[in-house]
Design a protein around this ligand. Sequence first.
Ligand SMILES: NC(=O)c1ccc[n+]([C@@H]2O[C@H](COP(=O)([O-])OP(=O)(O)OC[C@H]3O[C@@H](n4cnc5c(N)ncnc54)[C@H](O)[C@@H]3O)[C@@H](O)[C@H]2O)c1
Ligand SMILES: [Zn+2]
Ligand SMILES: [Zn+2]
Length: 341
Amino acid sequence: MKAIQLEKPLHFRHIDVPEPEKPQRGQALVRVHRVGICGSDYSGYLGKMPFYSYPRIPGHELGVEVLAVGDGVTNVKTGDRCSVEPYMNCEKCPACQRGNSNCCEVLQVLGVHTDGGLRPCFLLPARKLHPSTKLTLEQLALVETLAIGCHAVNRANPQPGEAALVIGAGPIGLATLEFVKVSGARPIVFDLSSVRLDFCKNRLGVKDVIEIKADGSEVAALTELCGGNLPTVVIDATGSNKSMGNALNYAGFTGRVVYVGITTQEISFPHSVMHRRELTLLSSRNALPREFRRIIQLIEEGRIDTRPWITHQAPFDAMINEFPNWLKPETRVIKAIVNVQ
Ligand SMILES: NC(=O)c1ccc[n+]([C@@H]2O[C@H](COP(=O)([O-])OP(=O)(O)OC[C@H]3O[C@@H](n4cnc5c(N)ncnc54)[C@H](O)[C@@H]3O)[C@@H](O)[C@H]2O)c1
Ligand SMILES: [Zn+2]
Ligand SMILES: [Zn+2]
């Protein structure tokens, strides 16, 4: 059977992989239907992802169908359609023992550290499957991206009516916004790109967006929006170390600042900003099983509208040719999905 492998940066190829074995105890054999492409796939392709190893079959945002289950599996059965939690954790380290499977000390992410879903079928631990009888396969493939935003918002724990600033309106910032809205907090978005801000306004219904210019005028605009104060939740989803250092300046007294974006650079800020306002600085990595279940329920209930999300699609055989186009800003990709079957 054919899989798509990223052999080395900038080089995808079709390879033959053996048919999977029968599922062992606790495992499920799944057919892959849809694969979402995200920032880490683009960085892996460009050779800019620090933990990525090659060659690798990418694909961690998956909408799958269960073909068979091994002994002892009770959470899914043959025929179930599922979202996949792609964080393979050891279940033994102190973080796992505390229930933080998102942040296992030896975490292996599908499609990044181990082979992922750009193949017709493969074996997974059944405990990583989250079924839904209502969601489409595209929606199931979107759940993981949304989960990154969900976890970031849960780290900040915004309260109804509280102002929450999201910096960066890429897919991760947009996912974060969805859960700021669900929390009842008041979303405000910063970006450098007017195109991305227009998307927030027109497609996600976020009223308050501010385009960052180099002149620092956004602080006055933000203070005005918040009736003379600053927001007490700030979530940085840019991946820019400059923005992340600056983010603390946007937080009001005793506020919470969450870094969901990732940088390999150092971040710097004057400690006085943090100390004087007694800010809490949090990071956010991956997501938890209960967050996957909650998202599925929110989509089922119509509280999250996934329609604006999928902007591009390609069949499996056309992906290798299409992929470089999705990197071009003028194609305005939010989420591209590969139809494997
Ligand atoms: N926490 C996690 O587990 C997790 C998971 C996946 C991705 N990420 C990270 O999230 C980040 C965002 O991912 P994405 O796919 O949305 O990326 P993206 O590049 O599509 O979006 C980033 C957005 O930030 C904006 N931006 C950049 N610098 C800015 C600045 N100084 N001020 C305001 N806006 C600015 C850009 O214009 C862009 O719209 C990346 O760093 C990615 O690695 C984190
Ligand atoms: Zn992703
Ligand atoms: Zn662990």
